[in-house]
Write a new protein. Sequence first.
Lengths: 95, 306
Amino acid sequence: MIYEVFRQERKGQPFQHAGSVEAADDHFADVYAREQYGRRGESSGLWIVPRSAVTEIHDFVDELNRNYHRVDGYPLKEKLKEARERAGTAAPRDR
Amino acid sequence: MTQPTASSPSREQEFLEYVQSGGQVEATDELPDDYRAKLIKFIEMHGNSELMGVLPEREWILRAPTLQRKLALTAKVQDEVGHSQLIYRVVEDLGKPREQCLDDLISGKSKFHNVFHYPTKTWGDVGVIAWLVDAAAIISQKALLKCSYAPYARIMKKICWEESFHILHGRDVILTLINGTDDQRELVQDAVNRWWGPLMQFHGNPIAKEEDPMYIWRIKSQGNEEARQQFLDGYVPQIWELGLTVPDPKLRKSDDGAWEYSEPDWDELKSVVTGHGPKSQDRLDLRRAARENSAWVRQVVLPQAA
């Protein structure tokens, strides 16, 4: 069985994917993951997850074009430029 | 595991442009067949080399001069075997099972690095291996940190980190010998003389990187000659500063900064990596015996996985 291993370098930091180990069962996975990712004290914690338990998502379709969720939904630069022009406060290089 | 944006590479040309512009892919992405085949061959040879590379050092565990050295060497051997486990995992996710990798290694169908086909005659060899052979290897491995195949690049971070300990260990062994008796210095010089040829062959023939499929697919990020120059630049001065010599009368740094050297023996490289090195068959025999002797362990443990 394949187990994905996530490791935390220091307390408070995110667990990040480190690699995987192949093991006969959870007990062996525990031993192998400790040896591979913890024996030098390089981790403060490990998460060991059977690969089959991981659900992957790759498609993020935005059918309704909800751009208010994204940075490109707010074209502030253009609008600010126009507002400055109307107020007569545009920087000399913009005039 | 993220998908490489909307321009997910489906066709080979598109894929090539993607990786050549620095893009990385995951195991679950669609990969061109040629790319997958090249990856498997390259990464499998790396895994084989980590596994076979412990054999020359293993011979010295019982003969290490102090308990501290024995423990350090044992730890290095454990590291290298651990690397081969990590690397075979990557190969496995690309579609070739570890068992098949081990079978192909033992039967001589797949290869391992030239430097592991030679004998370790003295403790000086153990020092030179950990210092210079590992230095040459770390240069190749650092060129894999940006590998277009992301799972390989990720494990390389851990591997490079551990290799840096081995170089420390090697330098410490060498410096201790160099500060010792005349005989001990001689041991180091003899070992450097023996290993220089294989070290110069290590990074491969000077094929232009634009013609090297491993570079074209961005599996590695530098050409062979670039790696060799980097090795010479980093380590020849270190060899010289210890009062040691390099057994190549043509070796010199030219005015434009590039190292000149005698042409490495490419015929020897070819013959050695195809299983005709001085220790090739002994080492494979040992690996074969180890596999047979440990078969019962797999038979006990693996049925539980079913």
